[in-house]
Design a protein around this ligand. Structure first.
Ligand code: NZQ
Ligand code: ZN
Length: 389
């Protein structure tokens, strides 16, 4: 652990199949006006909405709703929510859904009292809020992003084909509490379950494939990666397996609550590529990552050879006898590919709606990070995108 760092995570978690009851304990902490935020309707179909509205009523809350926060929430939807939250004089933003709904609530939290345009301020200029922010609580129904315990909010601007995340510096932007009931995730369509599993895996890899020093964070990452692979195989065979789904839920939270990045640089290039693809296609986040991963990792493997070798051995159990480091590392990539195919992930960006004529624009929208094993040039980005087609 050669770096200097701080670690603070104030989000309170309630986990388990009875965790929603804890909403009763949290609500009295906030004023009477709650804005309930949710997506396209899955919470109504599966009874979660009714349970939550009953608890809100029992606690005497005045409720306004923002519904229809769809996957990859847009800046237009954010502006609409600002008006609703202002009119309602919101005391608490309660997000019920997946990463899109949780991210949206955080973006709203910093926008309600902001005089400037939130897209320009937070996503183009990447500034921190200088206005009063609103507290956010989450009830999570989709597993993957880790949004339930971090300060990041990803917003898409469909007019400019840009999808950017902002990780706010102030821990107050993190959800004050998050309720994690693995049972809620049992109704996810298989496609979303697989996308979420790959999102978890990718978050850990983004923080693992960097640095040279011996770092406890990497050992924690390896344990999490093994747990995700193990649980995903069970869930893939038997999606109703509560134990596997609960392990995935817990792993997702720890994969992106900043724990495993302590004392390290991080890469995040798979996400930057995935977000740029998403900005053009509106595709499911986890699938955009899957579709660019292998061309990217095979491209940077020679620059981070020892880490890719270690990944092969510790995560995939590749034997080392009689093999060169390159052979071992490449076997690790092959094991990763087999597992991705087993889960039914989308392996090409063309299957997500991307086409050759979009590649220049996608490359323009790809933010280049510098914390991984190779700082890419624009030409390399285009090459990786072409290989991902
Ligand atoms: O909208 P509804 O009807 O609720 O349906 C949703 C949505 O269509 C459905 N769903 C959610 N829970 C369900 C359910 N269907 C049945 N049963 C349930 N229990 O699932 C679909 C996807 O939901 P969404 O919230 O979009 O998925 P996810 O959690 O993957 O969130 C994706 C967004 O998060 C961002 C992504 O870029 C994307 O915008 N990310 C946020 C991060 C963060 N805050 O740290 C990091 C990630 O890397 C990611 O970029
Ligand atoms: Zn992600």
């Amino acid at each position: 652990m050669l770096g200097n760092f701080s670690y603070c995570n104030p989000t309170k978690l309630y986990f388990g199949d009875e965790s929603l009851n804890n909403l009763n304990a949290e609500l009295p902490e906030y004023g009477p006006n709650v804005v309930l935020i949710y997506g396209g309707g899955s919470i109504k179909r599966h009874g979660i909405y009714d349970d939550i509205v009953e608890i809100l009523k029992k606690n005497g809350k005045h409720v306004a709703e923002i519904s229809g926060v769809l996957p990859n929430p847009t800046v237009d939807k954010l502006r609409e929510g600002v008006d609703i939250a202002r009119k309602h004089r919101a005391d608490l933003l309660l997000a019920v859904g997946g990463g899109s709904v949780c991210d949206y609530a955080k973006a709203l939290s910093v926008s309600v009292n902001c005089e400037e345009d939130p897209w320009q301020k937070y996503y183009v200029r990447c500034e921190e809020p200088d206005c009063e922010t609103l507290p956010v609580g989450c009830v999570l129904t989709m597993v993957g992003t880790g949004s339930e315990m971090n300060a990041c909010a990803v917003i898409t601007n469909p007019h400019t084909h840009q999808k950017f995340g902002h990780t706010f510096a102030d821990p107050k932007i993190m959800p004050r509490f998050s309720i994690l009931n693995p049972k809620y995730t049992l109704t996810l369509p298989r496609y979303q379950m697989a996308a979420g599993i790959y999102d978890i895996f990718s978050h850990i890899c983004e923080q693992y494939f960097s640095g040279e020093d011996d770092n406890t964070s990497d050992y924690i990452s390896e344990g999490l990666l093994r747990s995700v692979v193990h649980a995903s195989r069970i869930a893939n065979q038997d999606p109703q397996n509560y134990e596997a789904r609960s392990n995935l839920m817990w792993a997702a939270t720890w994969a992106l609550n900043t724990l495993v990045s302590r004392g390290k640089s991080t890469d995040w290039m798979v996400h930057k590529l995935g977000h740029a693809v998403g900005a053009y296609t509106n595709a499911t986040h986890g699938m955009t990552l899957a579709a660019v991963t292998l061309p990217y990792y095979r491209h940077i493997l020679p620059f981070g050879l020892q880490k890719f070798r270690r990944f092969a051995v510790t995560v995939w159990g590749v034997s080392t006898e009689g093999k060169t480091d390159v052979q071992i590392a490449e076997e690790g990539m092959a094991a990763l590919e087999n597992w991705m195919r087993e889960l039914g992930l989308v392996m090409n960006i063309s299957d997500l709606g991307a086409s050759e004529d979009m590649l220049e624009g996608i490359a323009d929208g790809t933010v280049i990070t510098t914390g991984g094993y190779k700082v890419l040039t624009r030409e390399e980005i285009l090459e990786i995108l072409r290989e991902s087609l």
